[in-house]
Write a protein of this length. Structure first.
Lengths: 316, 188
């Protein structure tokens, strides 16, 4: 029960800002939902946090990571569809919002939807604070039942997308959903991380290959092939757990790099699954690689004298 | 320590019944100034304590008043309630020449007084005390939901805000029309 009130609106704006400055992040977020003016005030302070993560799981989770030991999580429960046919839309209103934090123990924090749809919630939460790192947008395909996101234009600040297929044997509709998300967001993001997303060749060449990504991270099950890599225009590429790229393919890739292909590439990490101990000579054949040190490190040079170091490692 | 005395007006302040500032007198005699609020009660405050207030410090720094002149010319703060000014003076005296602690628990708990105190402290430009007051205001909404914050801080909704703005515009329009009609009547 609230027994005492304080007319903060009667204070001059500069004092209101001083009051907001002394608040914790949770109260700042809470206050920002009170009115448009309150939101503008909190935003004007440009308070910095580490990052925001939006996780599209069974519930949509919006995480505000303040620092390495403090974060606040907003879990948005969406309305269940009666006929189970129509997926939930980004324009729907959450039924309730559960707020939890590692520093708000013992407080029952269930909020109403505050008159905002899911899309507006994401937009609001991503815009209150300044971020040291880009906002993560994570889709857990198989858990989330949301329609295709439509906020490509409304939220251009999303620079990091993560798509995870939860099932080891995904259904066609899950693959299609993942492709739709990527088709929509790849042109605007800088970093993409795909986990267990089976990439069909045409899709890879037309969409991932043409995207101007700074960072592409392909984790297990992404069945990426050597020919697919040739279309890439990324600065950093990481491929984990691939079985479809051979040492001979990599040798060809390095030769192309020496001749001037992939001018933007500055970091490449490939982790292959193999049952045979690799013959590094296959990889290094014709590269004029110069060995440095005792740890299987080699230096190669492009035709424009750009140097690169290759580190080779095999683990049983 | 400063003491307080009932005064009558800023032009003719009553003689303040002052106690000595400190038992151990400083080598250089400390200068004192006099302030009063809406209730005309005059407070004697040392220059050292007044340094907390950027406004008063700026006013007194070039005055070079003698004790008699200071007594005869107390600074009037007609927009500050007497009890609020008393709180401010007490705080300045308590923290005279001391580093300010990170928390201050002596601030008023009554929200109405806190509101007036915030305004007074802001006017007098006492930065540290303003920070304490702002913290106290912020503590009222610790762990609260948006609805609770709206209720505690008496914040209107956007719809109420817009309605009030429309109403104010309508009223202003009517007043302007009334004034024009009156001016036309005068001209006739």
């Amino acid at each position: 029960m609230i027994n005492q009130r304080f007319p903060i609106c009667r204070l001059p704006d500069d004092i209101c800002l001083e009051v907001i400055k002394t608040m914790d992040h949770y109260e700042m977020i809470s206050y920002s939902f009170v009115s448009k003016k309150a939101y503008a005030m909190v935003k004007s302070l440009r308070v910095s946090i580490v990052y925001n993560a939006i996780e599209m799981k069974e519930l949509t989770e919006i995480k505000v990571v303040i620092n390495h030991s403090r974060s606040i999580c907003f879990k948005l429960t969406m309305r269940l569809q009666e006929n189970d046919q129509e997926p939930t839309s980004f324009n729907d209103f959450p039924v309730s919002v559960n707020v939890s934090s590692d520093y708000l123990e013992g407080i029952d924090l269930t909020w109403s939807h505050q008159g905002l749809s899911l899309e507006q919630w994401i937009e609001h939460m991503s815009s209150i604070f300044e971020h040291d790192y880009p906002i993560f947008l994570e889709f857990y395909i198989g858990e989330t039942r949301l329609t295709k996101p439509s906020f490509r234009n409304t939220l251009p600040k999303f620079k990091y997308i993560v798509v995870i297929i939860c099932d080891h044997e995904p259904k066609d509709e899950d693959i299609l959903y993942a492709e739709n998300i990527l088709r929509d967001l790849l042109p605007v993001v800088e970093r993409a991380r795909l986990h267990r997303v089976p990439l069909r060749k045409d899709f890879f060449v037309q969409h991932i290959g043409t995207a101007n990504l700074k960072d592409l991270y392909l984790q297990s099950g992404c069945n990426v092939k050597f020919d697919d890599l040739l279309t890439l225009n990324v600065e950093s590429l990481t491929i984990e757990g691939t079985r479809s790229i051979s040492l001979r393919d990599l040798n060809r890739l390095f030769k192309l790099w020496i001749k001037g292909s992939f001018p933007k590439l500055n970091h490449l990490w490939i982790e292959m699954k193999t049952i045979i101990k690799p013959d590094w000579n296959v990889l290094l054949k014709g590269l004029k690689a110069k060995e440095v040190g005792d740890h299987k490190a080699f230096i190669i040079k492009t035709c424009r004298a750009v140097r690169a170091e290759i580190f080779l490692h095999y683990a049983d | 320590m400063s003491s307080t005395e009932q005064g009558t007006s800023s032009a003719a302040p009553a003689e303040p019944t002052t106690a000595p500032e400190s038992a151990a007198a400083p080598e250089v005699p400390e200068s004192f100034y006099y302030v009063h609020g809406k209730d005309k009660v005059v407070h004697k405050v040392s220059a050292g304590a007044l340094q907390h207030s950027a406004l008063i410090h700026g006013m007194i720094s070039n005055l070079g008043y003698t004790e008699e002149q200071a007594k005869a010319n107390p600074f009037p703060f007609e927009n500050i309630d007497g009890d609020i000014l008393q709180m401010v003076v007490d705080w300045c005296n308590q923290h005279k020449g001391k580093p300010t602690p990170p928390e201050d628990t002596n601030l008023p708990k009554q929200k109405e007084k806190l509101f007036d105190l915030v305004l007074a402290v802001n006017y007098l430009e006492i930065k540290e005390l303003l920070t304490y007051c702002c913290k106290q205001v912020a503590m009222m909404v610790k762990g609260k939901s948006p609805e609770e914050i709206r209720e505690i801080w008496m914040i209107p909704t956007d719809a109420e805000d817009e309605a009030a703005e429309k109403e104010a515009k309508k009223r202003a329009g009517k007043e302007a029309a009334g004034e024009t009609a009156a001016a036309a009547g005068d001209a006739k």
